[in-house]
Design a protein around this ligand. Structure first.
Ligand code: SAM
Length: 213
């Protein structure tokens, strides 16, 4: 994700503390209170500029969405998109997904999305890939039984790696597409990267997996 320096990002984040929630560890196990309802909570990791999460929130008013994004300069754009759509069922976290257990209790999340995650192609960076075993362990802890993980990517290397990682972890492969846009589902909400890569004619890979009980 291209990151331009935005000197105003810190102020923007502080001024929108009801949308970009500070100190998320304080809300661990209590996110329903923030949303003010009992709807299921879905988490997107690496939200980027927010097109997906804002679009999903609009499409699914009965689901609450949490978008986690590490980069300040990017999360402010996601926040602007959410504000423009006036969707009440989204919050954003400016945090690193390596610490998910600090932010979410067991069984607090019903669905996880990994959209166009950084591929980290060098083998010495394997542990940074969001589908590395230690990340899967965290996802298993915070997901409800039967909760799903949906991954989309243009990167064949990351996709193949992830399928092997899911399989080695004993996860259930529920659905897989090697070219998501061939029979395009009108309900598919595109991310910024998805739009960019599919416009270039690149296939988009998608899979839906779950943990076996
Ligand atoms: N999902 C968006 C899309 O499809 O357009 C953005 C994709 S971009 C390649 C990956 C994003 O994930 C970047 O904005 C990056 O800052 C964020 N990211 C990478 N590692 C992360 C982590 N450990 N925790 C939170 N965000 C992360």
């Amino acid at each position: 994700m291209r990151q331009r320096n935005k000197p105003w990002a810190d102020d923007f984040i502080a001024e929108h503390a009801d949308l970009i929630i500070p100190a998320p560890e304080k809300h661990r196990g209590k996110w329903k209170e923030i949303f003010g309802n009992d709807h299921p909570i879905h988490l997107e990791i690496g939200t980027g500029k927010g097109q997906f999460i804002a679009g999903m929130a609009e499409q699914h008013p009965d689901i609450n969405f949490i978008g986690m994004e590490l980069a300040k300069s990017v999360i402010v754009t996601a926040a602007e998109k959410v504000l423009a759509k006036e969707v009440p069922n989204v919050i954003l976290l400016n945090n690193n997904a390596k610490d998910l257990r600090d932010f979410f209790a067991e069984n607090e999340i019903s669905g996880i999305y990994l959209n166009f995650s950084d591929p980290w192609p060098k083998s010495r960076h394997e542990k940074r890939r969001l589908t590395y075993r230690t990340f899967l362990e965290q996802y298993e802890d915070i997901l409800i039984e039967g909760g799903t993980l949906v991954q989309k990517t243009d990167n064949r290397g990351l996709f193949e790696y992830s399928l092997v990682s899911y399989n080695q972890y004993g996860m259930l492969l529920e659905d897989v597409s090697l070219d998501l846009h061939v029979n395009e589902d009108p309900m598919n909400v595109k991310t910024e990267y998805e739009k960019k890569f599919s416009a270039k004619g690149q296939p988009i890979y998608r899979c839906q997996v779950s943990f076996q009980s």
